[in-house]
Design a protein around this ligand. Structure first.
Ligand code: R5P
Length: 261
C-alpha cells in the first residue's frame, strides 16, 4: 500500500484508535430530498465537528458544503436507479475518478447488490472503480446494499462483505445483524455498519455499541443521526460510543443531557 492510500485511509479511520464515525448524507442520489436533508447545508454543517468523514454525492458536495471545510470526504460514485423505479440498486458508475480527485476526496463509495438477478451489473463496475482508485491511491468503501426482499443475516452479509473485500475494497460497509462477529471474522478489511431506518435513539446507540463489540471499526450512519429529534445531540452520543468507549447507557445519558442544548 503506497503513502497516498495510507494517508487517505488515516483521514477516514482515526489512527489514534482505529475507529471512525462516518456521517452518511448521500441518500439523495436515489431518494431525492430525504426527510432531514431537504436543506442539507443547514442540517450537515452543525454535525461536521463531531464526524470523522462525510459521505455524499458530488452534487451535494458542490452545492451544500463549503470548500473551506476540513472534513474528509467519501464520495458516492455509484447510482443509476431510484426508490420509485423498477430496479432499485441496479447501480453503475456515476462519477469519474478524475472528478473525485478534483474534489480532493479521501475515499469513494460504491454499492454492490450481491444476490440480485443483476448482481453482475453492480459487481463488474465495482471492480473497475477499484482499479481506477488504486491507480491514484484512493480507498474504496464497498456498500453491501440489501434489496427489499433479502434477509440481513450473518450468512448473507458475510458473503457480500467477503466478496467486496476479495474484489479489493479497502473498507466494507454493511448492516448489523445477529452473530455479527462472524461477518467481521471472515472479512479481511475493516467493517463499518450502516444505521438503516430511523429507530429510537436508545436502540440505535445500542446497535452501534454491539457492532463495535463484535469487531466493527465504526459506523457510517445517516438517518439515525439526521432524523433524530436532536441531530447534534445524537452525533455526540454516537461519537461517545465510537471514540470514547461509552456504554449504550452512558451514550444515551449524553444524548438526553445534550438534547435541546
Ligand atoms: C445507502 O446506500 C446509503 O449509502 C446510505 O448512506 C447508508 O445506507 C447509510 O445511511 P443510513 O444510516 O441512513 O442507513
Amino acid at each position: 500500500m503506497d503513502w497516498g492510500m495510507k494517508n487517505r485511509l488515516s483521514h477516514i479511520i482515526d489512527p489514534k484508535d482505529g475507529r471512525t464515525l462516518m456521517l452518511a448524507v448521500d441518500h439523495g442520489y436515489f431518494m431525492g430530498p430525504t426527510t432531514g436533508l431537504e436543506k442539507m447545508d443547514q442540517m450537515v454543517n452543525p454535525l461536521l465537528p463531531y464526524a470523522d468523514t462525510l459521505m455524499l454525492t458530488r452534487g451535494a458536495l458542490r452545492n451544500y458544503v463549503s470548500p473551506h471545510t476540513r472534513i474528509p470526504i467519501v464520495l458516492r460514485v455509484s447510482g443509476g436507479t431510484s426508490i420509485v423505479g423498477p430496479e432499485l440498486l441496479r447501480e453503475g458508475i456515476i462519477a469519474d475518478m478524475e472528478d473525485a480527485i478534483r474534489l480532493n476526496v479521501a475515499g469513494v463509495a460504491f454499492s454492490i447488490l450481491v444476490g440480485a438477478t443483476f448482481e453482475r451489473d453492480t459487481l463488474l463496475p465495482f471492480a473497475r472503480v477499484i482499479d481506477q482508485a488504486e491507480r491514484y491511491g484512493i480507498p474504496v468503501v464497498a456498500v453491501t446494499a440489501v434489496g427489499k426482499d433479502m434477509g440481513k443475516d450473518a450468512r448473507y452479509l458475510g458473503l457480500a462483505s467477503r466478496m467486496a473485500a476479495e474484489f479489493g475494497a479497502h473498507i466494507v460497509k454493511t448492516y448489523y445483524c445477529p452473530e455479527f462477529e462472524k461477518v467481521v471474522e471472515s472479512c479481511p478489511v475493516p467493517i463499518v455498519i450502516a444505521g438503516g431506518k430511523k429507530q429510537p435513539e436508545k436502540d440505535a446507540l445500542q446497535m452501534a455499541y454491539d457492532a463495535l463489540q463484535a469487531g466493527a471499526i465504526g459506523v457510517d450512519m445517516g438517518r439515525n443521526i439526521f432524523q433524530s429529534e436532536d441531530p447534534v445531540a445524537m452525533v455526540k452520543a454516537v461519537r461517545a460510543i465510537v471514540h470514547e468507549a461509552a456504554t449504550p447507557a452512558e451514550a444515551y445519558q449524553k444524548f438526553q443531557k445534550e438534547k435541546g442544548a
